[in-house]
Design a protein around this ligand. Structure first.
Ligand SMILES: CC(C)(COP(=O)(O)OP(=O)(O)OC[C@H]1O[C@@H](n2cnc3c(N)ncnc32)[C@H](O)[C@@H]1OP(=O)(O)O)[C@@H](O)C(=O)NCCC(=O)NCCS
Length: 136
């Protein structure tokens, strides 16, 4: 698998993968999220391609202080082969190359499978409460 910037021709496959991976919620528009991440100066959409097919994606970005990863997904048929770990390694390098000292993740507390994955990669749970308010 080769990881690099998502190409224009892979955009619809990325959104399809996010739907397939259960990452799309009614209150977020994945196409708008994708366009914003591609357009922003401090974000990127990364794609892992195997034999011409998109097998993994992630949106990575930072605010100068903390880095964030969203839309990490591996195609269901390609899971359990280390591609999720490889994509997270690439996101970490992307942030480290830009001088960002820390990567934060938001995972639903009920999502035990994904919490197990991130713990296997060395991520710990912080004692913080995330608060939010929708704008507009
Ligand atoms: C989460 C996800 C990205 C993992 O991708 P993957 O390619 O299957 O994961 P990997 O094969 O790279 O696994 C990496 C390590 O995590 C471990 N792991 C994975 N799930 C685990 C779990 N539930 N509990 C413990 N360890 C786990 C693996 O055993 C592996 O360990 P190793 O490298 O020491 O062998 C994938 O399941 C997915 O796309 N899920 C749906 C989308 C999603 O929920 N994304 C996250 C949004 S917050």
């Amino acid at each position: 698998m080769e990881i690099g910037p998502l190409s224009t021709s892979q955009r619809s496959a990325a959104v399809a993968l996010w739907h397939e991976a259960g990452l799309v919620v009614p209150w977020n528009d994945p196409c708008a999220d994708l366009e914003r991440a591609l357009a922003g100066p401090s974000s990127a959409v990364l794609a892992g391609t195997l034999d011409g097919s998109l097998v993994t994606t992630a949106v990575v970005g930072h605010d100068g202080h903390r880095g964030w990863v969203y839309y990490l997904a591996v195609a269901p048929s390609a899971r359990g082969r280390g591609y999720g770990r490889a994509m997270m390694d690439t996101c970490e390098r992307w942030l480290a190359d830009r001088g960002v000292p820390k990567l934060n993740l938001m995972v639903r507390a009920s999502n035990d499978a994904v919490l197990g994955f991130y713990e296997a990669l060395g991520y710990g749970r912080d004692e913080v409460v995330v608060m939010s308010r929708r704008l507009g």
